[in-house]
Every structure is written in C-alpha cells, then in structure tokens.
Design a protein around this ligand. Structure first.
Ligand code: GAP
Length: 515
C-alpha cells in the first residue's frame, strides 16, 4: 500500500479511537458521507471556527457576522441558479451498477498521468543530484512534455464540454481514454446525465399546503438576502463584508475520502461587497489575506497552492482554489470567487425589491459586486488533523504517536497529572485544574503510569502536561512537559496561566499574519 494511503487509513482510525470523529448513526451501520464530531473533535472544530471568526470578523472593522437559517424561501434557489445549474454530470456503469461523477473519472485518469510525471521527476532528481533543475527538466524532457500536453488537452476538452453542457462529448472522452469502472473493470457506460445536488424537504403539516423547500447547499445566500438589512441596521459603508459559519447540505454522488466530501458539512463564508469595477483588486487582496491566514498556522507554504478555475461557476468572473496537500494529494480547501453582481441582481429580479447601495462619495446607487471567501470547516479540520498526526521513533527505538496540532487549535490545552494518587497530590492537581479551567480547556488524569498518561495526551494533541509531584509539596513548583520536544522543566504554579497563554493565544498566532 502506498505510504500516503496507509497514512490516510491511520488518520481515519485515529480520529475514531481518540474521540474526534465517528461515523453517523454507527449502530445502524452508519450513513454514507455523514459524520459526527466526538468529544475532542468538537473542541478542535470549535477552535478552527473561532480562529476564522476572530480573524475575519472581529479583527476587521468593516466585516460583521450573521447566523442565517438553513431553511430559506424556495425562490432563493431559483434566483441563485442552484435549481437550474447546481448539477453534477453522472455516469453509471451497467455491469457494476455503480454511479460516478463523469468529471471525477476523468480527473482520476489525469491524476495517474500526474503520478507518472512525478515519478519521472523523482528519477531525474536522483540521477542529477544537486545539478537538477526542475524547470529545465519539465520543459525539455520528451516524456514529461508529452504527459503534460496530454493532461492539458484532456482537461481543456472536459472544461469546454462541461461549459457547453455537451454531455455526449464527456462520454466520448471517457470512451476514448478507455476509462474502466474501478469496480467491474468494464467500459460498459450509460449516457452522462445531469443530477441536481440539493436535498429537498417540505415545510408545513398538511399535504395540500406543504411547500417544497431545499436544505441550503451553501451559506452564502443567507448573506445575500440579508444584504440590505445588515447594511442599513449596521450603517455599513462599502467596501464591507458579511460573514457566517453554518451547515450546508449537498447530495454528493462521489462521497468518499472521509470528511473531505460530506453530504452535511459546515462552511465559513464571507461576502465582501465592493464598488463595481473594483472587484479584481479585492479579489487579489483576499487571495493574499486568506493564504496568510493559512500560513499563520505554521504548516509551511509547500503545503498550499492556488488553482485558478478554467470552468467558472455560473456566477463568477474569476475564481481560484487554495489547495492543500491532503494525504491523497493537493485538493481544494478554500474557494475565492469574484461573484460579480450576479446574486444581488438576481434576487432583485426575483423578489421585486431593490438591493442597491447609495454611495455617498459617488452620489449614485448601484448593485455592489461581491468577492467571496468560502472554506469548508470539515476540510480545514481534515487538513490540520491529517498533517498533525505523526509516528515518531524515539531515541530508545520506541514509537510514539503524536498529534502535533498548532497549539491554538488543540482541543485540550493542558493536562493536569498528579504523579501518584496519594500524599495530597491529587488535591493540589485539582486546585490547579479548577484555576486553569477559567481560561483554557484542561483535562485531569490520574490513571496509569505517568509515561502512559503523557502518550495519551500526545495522541490527542495536548501541548502541555503539568505533573504534580512530591517536590510540589515543598516549593509550589510543577513539571511542565512540552508535547513536541518532550522537554520537561520546573515552573512555579502561579506562572502556569501565563506560560500556557503565551503559547496558545489567538493573538500570538494571528499576529503572524502581520509580520
Ligand atoms: N459559496 C461558494 C461555495 O459554496 P464551493 O466551492 O462549492 O463554493 C466552498 O464550496 C467550500 O466548501 C469548498 O472549498 C470546500 O472546502 C467546502 N465544501 C464544498 N463541498 C463540500 C462537501 N461536500 N464536503 C465538505 N466540504 C465541502
């Protein structure tokens, strides 16, 4: 098994074993692509949300937050284009009866070409050593040039066919590439059809008066329909933003890769309203700001890249993804979209209400343009969790499993551990716990040998272990052990709060964005 695949399996089993993520309704064998966050998972998820909210809402004078309902008037989705255009192209294999996203089958084929390119690069790097020049190699090596040309040709043909809704050509492409069903191995495909991803539901009790509704497929529309309410009640001046976090629902066909693609998930979105004509400037600015936010968590630029969209959504005049290096390769983590005035104009048309802003500087009214940043909270969780999980071989040859989460996101900031369960040590430990509780999420553990307790905390990513021993009785100091270095030092009890805060405060981490 490839190392990456093995790591991903470990991520999924670790998440369950250590109380981060469980399959939904597991006693009934689960529900595909739906997951529950467990006791540690919910803390990590809340910390990621808070880190985003602090940075996007509270640190910006011109951005405010809302919390709109999941259920919205059904015309919302007509106006937004989701009823007509929120589709995935589907194809069935007649032998296995399995259903696939046609574009994903093609993308998987392209990923195999990319693997071949990577292998050629790795071979050449080994051969040429320090003299290896990547740029020169990929532009001159015959085989790599051909692979790249093939890849580009496939992607651009697929993008054009999807753009023109030429589904017959998408099928032809699958046939020409001789793509086989991963389950049956056959090329016996149906036609490609469009499938709407929204979940339908009903409001009201009686069959006659019940109204068909949708569970929102994105949180953004709750912001658009409230644009004027917020602008007027908050006396907001353009440019300004409205942000929210909340659940979104999509009946995903290719539901795989754990919490990467879920049917019920959470988004953190911000719509930034700007003057028409200024959207490109803000689009570039938000690209930069959002990348800086990611980098502030310390994972290194090599884990991120931008991927500009070839096929633009129905509402966008520019769009890019911030991709993250997940265990299964670089994939979309966040989208940044210049949405033009599509949404507000369309809601004006469908609602018959004016959704315009009077610009006192220009002395004119207009429908603002919008630049949106949209990140999946669950994907961000997976990005942090999968890259933090490591097996470390120690000097004595033993292996420790450690979750090296950025400490600002760690579910538990400190564990308070009496060395033994007697001699008054638990009492002092509990006093320390009661005090630290006011400022941090802390844990108490007195079971098993201290080494095993340290490992348990390593596995859930706790940055500090505080051990109370017999010296504590004499001098009011404790041993503080650091998760990543395993270094231990003595510290006075009354210095603990400051010491922990120094490491885990949002201020310290977010200030990296300004440096
Ligand atoms: N309002 C724009 C919008 O919804 P999107 O690219 O469809 O744009 C934004 O979604 C983000 O939401 C994605 O970058 C991803 O992080 C997250 N996301 C989308 N579909 C998801 C799914 N099925 N499961 C988990 N996260 C998802």
């Amino acid at each position: 098994m490839a190392i990456q695949e093995e790591h991903f399996k470990k991520v999924i089993s670790h998440a369950k074993e250590y109380g981060f993520i469980f399959p939904s309704s597991e006693i009934y064998d689960g529900l595909s692509a739906v997951y529950d966050y467990a006791q540690n998972g919910v803390e990590l998820k809340n910390n990621i949300r808070n880190y985003w909210w602090k940075s996007m809402v509270q640190m910006h004078d011109n951005i405010v937050g809302i919390d709109a309902a999941i259920l919205m008037h059904p015309t919302t989705w007509k106006a937004s284009g989701h009823v007509d255009a929120f589709n995935d192209p589907l194809i069935d294999n007649k032998d296995s009866k399995k259903r696939y996203r046609a574009d994903v089958l093609i993308e998987d084929y392209v990923a195999k070409i990319e693997d071949k390119i990577d292998k050629e690069i790795a071979k050449a790097e080994k051969r040429f050593g320090d003299a290896f020049n990547l740029n020169e190699f990929i532009t001159t090596n015959q085989r790599v040039v051909e692979y790249n040309q093939k890849k580009e040709a496939i992607l651009s043909r697929m993008a054009k066919s999807l753009e023109k809704e030429d589904l017959a050509d998408v099928k032809s492409l699958i046939e020409e590439l001789e793509i086989v069903c991963p389950v049956s191995g056959s090329k016996n495909w149906t036609e490609v059809k469009q499938f709407n991803l929204m979940f339908g539901t009903k409001i009201g009790a009686s069959a006659d008066s019940a109204m068909d509704l949708y569970l929102r497929p994105e949180t953004a529309q709750g912001i658009f329909v409230n644009f004027l309410n917020v602008q007027k009640s908050g006396r907001m001046k353009i440019p300004f933003g409205i942000a929210q976090t909340g659940k979104a629902f999509r009946n995903e066909i290719v539901a795989r890769q754990f919490i990467f693609r879920m049917r019920e998930f959470e988004q953190m979105e911000m719509q930034f309203f700007v003057r028409p004509g200024e959207q490109k400037k803000w689009y570039e600015q938000w690209k930069e700001t959002r990348l800086e936010w990611h980098l502030s968590l310390g994972l290194g630029i090599e884990n991120y890249r931008f991927h500009d969209h070839e096929k633009l959504a129905h509402y966008a005049d520019a769009a890019t993804d911030i991709e993250f290096k997940f265990p299964f390769g670089f994939k979309e983590l966040e989208g940044i979209h210049s949405r033009t005035d599509f949404d507000l104009s369309s809601h004006e048309k469908f609602s018959g209400r004016k959704l315009q802003y009077f610009d006192p500087e220009l002395n004119e009214s207009y429908v603002p343009y919008v630049v949106e940043t949209s990140i999946g909270l669950d994907r961000m969780f997976l990005a942090m969790f999968s890259s933090a999980l490591q097996d470390e071989t120690l000097a004595d040859g033993s292996v420790r499993t450690v979750l090296k989460l950025p400490s600002v996101l760690a579910p538990i900031k400190a564990a308070v551990l009496p060395l033994v369960k007697k001699d008054g040590l638990p009492e002092i430990a509990k006093e320390i716990l009661e005090d630290l509780k006011w400022d941090f999420n802390v844990d108490y553990d007195e079971k098993d040998a201290i080494g095993r307790r340290y490992r348990r905390q390593d596995a859930i990513g706790t940055p500090f272990c505080i051990t109370i021993d017999h010296d504590t009785l004499q001098d009011n100091t404790v041993t503080i052990r650091f998760r990543d270095s395993m270094e231990q030092k003595r510290a006075p009890i009354d210095s603990l709060r400051e010491l922990i805060n120094e490491e885990v405060s949002i201020r310290k981490w977010l200030q990296k964005m300004q440096s």
